[in-house]
Design a protein around this ligand. Sequence first.
Ligand code: ZN
Length: 103
Amino acid sequence: MNLKPCPFCGSDGFNHQGGIMCSNSDCFMFNVCASEQFWNNRPLENDLQADIGDLNRENIGLKSILKTLENIDEYKVQGHECYAKHVLLSLRDRLKRIERGKK
Ligand SMILES: [Zn+2]
């Protein structure tokens, strides 16, 4: 298992007689030996990473909708009102799916 950086100072951890300690002598984890499972356990970070992933996917979806919306007026100018309305309805549907957290 790869060791994550020290949860308190960000320095490298090292294995010392089966436990993990911080390599930074100024960090209180320098003198504390933790199990590998404890050292690498970051539930808040994991939740935040999951949230960031969700937000990135949502942002990509919204950018795609925005890009399509930019072309709606062009369809209308070209006399394709019906197609513009169809695109708008499909965008509303995509937006609802994004709001529900689905792709
Ligand atoms: Zn540390």
